[in-house]
Structures are given as C-alpha cells and as structure tokens.
Ligand binder design. Structure first.
Ligand code: BTN
Length: 242
C-alpha cells in the first residue's frame, strides 16, 4: 500500500506537512518526524512529541468513500494499533474511538482529518502518535498519572524500526479489511480490546455529559451506554474519561 515515506528531523506537525505534500505527491504516503514542535491531539489538545521517544506519523490515504464511513475507518485503525501493541504486551485496550491504553493509561492516540464532500472523501490524513520509549518524567507534569509508554509497561526498550514495520503491515491489513468488509465482521475482535464495558465512565459529546456504563456496540460502530439516570444513550463519538 505505502510505497513512499517522507522522514524529517523536525516539523511543527506531521499533519501540516502531510497536507502540503498531498498537493503534489501521489497518494498514499507516510510522513514521519523525529520531533514535532506543535504536535496536536483531538479537541485541540497538545501532543507531546519529544525526540527519540516515540513514533509521530501521518498516513495519507485516498479511499473512494462517503463521509459516513469515516467512523468505521477509525475503528479499523484502532484495531491496527491495538494488534501491533498486542505483539509486545498481552493486555492492550482500545478506549473507543481513538485511543490505545495499557493498564488504564494512554500510550497512543490518533486523529483523522479529511478533505472532500459528504458524498466523497478525497483525502484522509490520519495522524498517529505512539509513546514507545518515553520515561514517565518526560511527560508533561499534568499527564504523568495518566500517560504511559510501551517501554514503561513492558520494561523493555522498544526498537522503533521493528515496531514501525509491524505497524505498517497492520495498517495495510486493516485498511484492506475496511475497504472490503464491514465493522460487524471485526466487531468481536474490537470488543475484546475495548475497555468501556461494565464500568462507569464519563462520556462527553458536545455539551452532553453522561456518567454511565457501556453495554454493547452496534454494527455501525456506535456505542450503547446505560446512564446512571437509567436512560440508554447511543454515542456516535465521545470523549471518555476514566
Ligand atoms: C489524540 O490522542 O488526541 C490524538 C493524538 C495524535 C498525535 C499524532 S502525532 C503525529 C500526528 N501529528 C500531530 O500533530 N498529531 C498526530
């Protein structure tokens, strides 16, 4: 799938560079940077991207799909990430929809930015950040209780090149599945990784805040949550706090 990659010493964000490159380069391709000076997460959060600690990359794709399939795209990317990390650590979790956790701490997240119309997406830029060898004290103070890296959890140094090779294989595998099958075909795999079931968590979607327990996923990838108020909610996307 990926014949081309662009590797930089330092960028503001691989997302910005990917967007510029996409004007002239044929898609698909990958952009990697050793350091990001203005790495960003979802909800306009910062993403700490120090040198030599992790993988900061953007994957540029051009699937011929309608906008409503984007939710499913994210579910497949989460599976590709979880499966890669599972190679290094047994108990990996997905915090639906866009985060990877181990032992209730976040070690990876991704965000998906698009160009196109309702009917047809022209371009997906999926930015993936993975803390591989970050030490706890290298995280910003405010994150030290909630963030982790693969090496902190496994007690082993992680070879970035090996990890990257496996990740690319898994992204290709799950991107093909995304293009040729439905979420329902991988739903049980996803549910095995999911950390939302049977525990009360805080769900924020827009101005809506719900404390509740996830009970099941639907075949379209939305999440059913029973609120503490006894009502049932169906989330299309949400920010979940543990
Ligand atoms: C999140 O957890 O909120 C998403 C984090 C995404 C971080 C990655 S690092 C590579 C790419 N470039 C960015 O500026 N952000 C993404």
């Amino acid at each position: 799938l990926f014949q081309k990659g662009f590797i930089y010493e330092s960028l503001t964000s691989t997302q910005d560079e990917a967007e510029k490159l996409a004007l002239n380069e044929s898609i698909p391709f990958i952009v990697l940077s050793e350091v990001q000076t203005d790495g960003r997460g979802r909800f306009r959060r910062n993403w700490s991207s120090l040198p030599d600690t992790g993988l900061w990359m953007s994957v540029v794709l051009k699937p011929d799909i309608a906008l409503h399939k984007l939710t499913t795209f994210n579910l497949f990317i989460a599976l590709a990430l979880a499966e890669t990390m599972h190679h290094y650590y047994e108990d990996v979790n997905i915090k639906w929809p866009n985060d990877i956790f181990i032992n209730d701490k976040k070690l990876s997240g991704f965000l998906t930015e698009i160009k196109g119309s309702q009917d047809q997406i022209n371009q997906i830029i999926c930015g993936i950040g993975i803390n591989l060898n970050t030490e706890v004290n290298q995280f910003p103070e405010a994150l030290q209780q909630t963030a982790t890296s693969l090496s902190v959890e496994t007690g082993q140094y992680i070879d970035r090149y090996q990890f990257f090779k496996l990740l690319i294989c898994n992204i290709e595998k799950y991107y093909n599945k995304f293009m040729h099958s439905e979420f329902k075909d991988v739903k049980s795999d996803y549910e095995r990784y999911a950390l939302m079931f049977d525990r009360t968590l805080k769900y924020t979607e827009g101005n809506n805040i719900v404390y509740g327990k996830a009970t099941s996923m639907n075949e379209d990838g939305t999440l059913n949550v029973t609120g503490e108020d006894g009502k049932t909610y169906r989330f299309i996307s949400a920010d979940i706090e543990l």
